[in-house]
Every structure is written in C-alpha cells, then in structure tokens.
Design a protein around this ligand. Structure first.
Ligand code: FES
Ligand code: FES
Length: 163
C-alpha cells in the first residue's frame, strides 16, 4: 500500500507495509542516508528525525503513522554549501569526532531551539539526554548548541528556520 508524506518539504510516496520502520524507508527507499541506525531500540538517539517538528525515533516509528505528516531529516537542515547555524556551530566548536551520533543530536537540538531560543545549559542537557555519543564529545556538543542559539537569536527572523 502506498504511503504519502512530506520529507524535508517534498511530497513523497512509497509502496511499503504500514509497519515498515520510518528509518528503513528513509534510508532504503528514499536514499536519505544521513539518519543513522544504532540500536534499533530507542536507546541511542542516532536515528532521530522530526515529525511535525517533534523529535521521533525513526528506528521504531512505523511509517504508516507519518502518513500525511511532515518529516524532517538531517538533509533538511542545511547543506555543505549552506549549513544550518547549528551545523556551522558544530564545525566551529569541532563538536564531532566520528560523527555517527550527530545527525540525531542536531535534529534534537533544532527542535529545542525552535521552541526555546534561549535555553539554559540544563535545558540543553535535558534535550540531548536521549542521545549517546561514544566519542565523548559532550562538552563541545553543548557549547555548539549554545553557540548556535546565540547566532539564531541574532539572525533576521526569516533566516531562523530551515524546512
Ligand atoms: S537506532 Fe533508534 S534509538 Fe538507536
Ligand atoms: S562523535 Fe562519535 S559517537 Fe558522537
């Protein structure tokens, strides 16, 4: 059965079972390889995407539940040529080592800054609590989110949101 939804602002349609995981559909059917598979059990956060602006684990999310909704993946944040301020801040703070965890962390950070433009350190920690980073880049990741928050607060209104 075909399931229709939007991914990064584009209408997409896939012929898969309703119970297929959103992660499998994004990676294997839509070619969006930026969203990662880690545990498959909602325990690492590297598969995080936004569904109607809210963070969601793509590994356990059945694709049938996103029919008619808007999904944002890491590819929807920015590009190498035009990075989202969060992505630029992670580069500026050298916040990634292997980078495996970063797609999911950036997605949760975007959701946080969309609803809380001036988060406290505790709010950033809480928003990223569901993410594991085995490289131990935690302090730099926190600094990067705070750096992006400052940049976004000072940006013109139209430049604050991606997709
Ligand atoms: S792969 Fe989804 S939480 Fe780990
Ligand atoms: S940068 Fe390697 S797991 Fe986070």
């Amino acid at each position: 059965m075909d399931i229709a939804f939007k991914v990064n602002g584009e209408a997409r349609q896939v012929g898969v079972p309703q119970t297929a995981s959103l992660l499998e559909v994004l990676r294997n059917h839509l070619g969006l390889m930026g969203t990662r598979y880690g545990c498959g059990l909602e325990q690492c956060g590297c598969c995080m995407v936004l569904v109607d602006g809210e963070p969601a684990y793509a590994c356990t999310r059945e694709v049938g539940t996103v029919a008619g909704r808007n999904v944002t993946t890491i590819e929807g944040l920015g590009s190498q040529a035009k990075p989202h301020p969060l992505q630029q801040a992670f580069l500026d703070e050298q916040a990634g080592q292997c980078g495996y965890c970063l797609s999911g962390i950036l997605i949760s950070a975007k959701a946080l800054l969309d609803r809380t433009p001036n988060p406290t350190r505790a709010e950033v920690v809480a928003a990223l609590d569901k993410h594991l980073c085995r490289c131990g880049a935690h302090q730099r990741i926190l600094r990067a989110v705070e750096r992006a928050a400052v940049k976004l607060r000072n940006a013109p209104v139209g430049a604050r949101r991606a997709t």
